[in-house]
Design a protein around this ligand. Structure first.
Ligand code: SAM
Length: 244
């Protein structure tokens, strides 16, 4: 089987099961100080305190745990059962759920349970294959309904060049090799594409800024590798839900 077309559940479960078994770190799994803590101030003012915040593709829950300290109701979801098991072990007080965002019935069932929810999603969309992105965005719209906001951190177009240069200068960081070995192929989704996927007429941009994905890889210079990225927060325009 061509590893590039394995399901997300198969590829990512292989990754997270090995991570749990070996205790190795993940390239993006930095301290929240360099991730969700930097992002939250950009979207917290827009969050409805009574709404659930769903961390989609939460991995081992490092960022979810930070968000849960600052928002009343937070749920972490991920396609990998091993990732969710690790997240639950770190944080028995919050809900973590195995969920493939491409599983439309499961996404609808979650929306029925939660009502309109807000979403935090850090470095997930770029590894969804282009042909799957419209369905992935449709699931996000289902979760958000008319009232949720989407807070998104994604690799910027310069990320691929950055990683290519880094590999050619220093060799492949072991934490990157481990991801590539599962068949997952990082790409990038620029702001225009992300907005077009969600629906340019249906969503307005509440906040956006350049940022980086602060990695766990220390360069020979002593600095951490910082992959170019952007933050964007979107909200459904009033009235557009009826047009769907
Ligand atoms: C690069 S990791 C980012 C993890 C986490 N957001 C963070 O910042 O630490 C991407 C995550 O997306 C999850 N993922 C991949 N495809 C998914 C899908 N179809 N549905 C839900 N989660 C998915 C993976 O299991 C992985 O944990």
């Amino acid at each position: 089987m061509n590893t590039d077309v394995r399901s997300y559940a198969v590829s990512w479960e292989a990754y997270w099961a090995e991570t749990a078994a070996t205790g190795q770190s993940s390239l993006w799994d930095c301290d929240p100080e360099f991730a969700s803590a930097r992002d939250l101030p950009h979207f917290e003012p827009h969050l409805d305190p009574d709404q659930t915040l769903v961390d989609i593709g939460c991995g081992n829950g490092t960022q979810t745990r930070y968000l849960a300290r600052h928002h009343r109701q937070v749920i972490g979801t991920d396609v990998s059962a091993s990732a969710i098991e690790t997240a639950r072990a770190h944080d028995p007080d919050h809900s973590y759920l195995v969920l493939d965002l491409l599983d439309t019935p499961a996404v609808k069932a979650l929306h029925e349970t939660l009502g309109d929810a807000s979403v935090y999603m850090r470095t997930v969309l770029h590894q969804i294959r282009p042909e799957d992105r419209p369905a992935f965005a449709a699931s996000l719209r289902t979760l958000l309904g008319a009232g949720g906001i989407l807070a998104l951190v994604e690799l910027a177009p310069g990320a691929e060049d950055y990683l290519r240069d880094l590999v050619s200068e220093y060799g492949s960081p072991p934490a990157l090799t481990r991801v590539l070995d599962t068949g997952v192929r990082p790409g990038s989704v620029d702001r225009d594409e992300a907005l077009a996927l969600m629906g340019r007429d249906e969503f307005s941009v509440l906040a956006e800024s350049d940022t980086t994905v602060h990695t766990t890889y220390t360069l020979p210079t002593g600095q951490q590798a910082e992959v170019p990225a952007y933050f964007m927060a979107l909200r459904c325009r009033e009235g557009s839900i009826q047009r769907r």
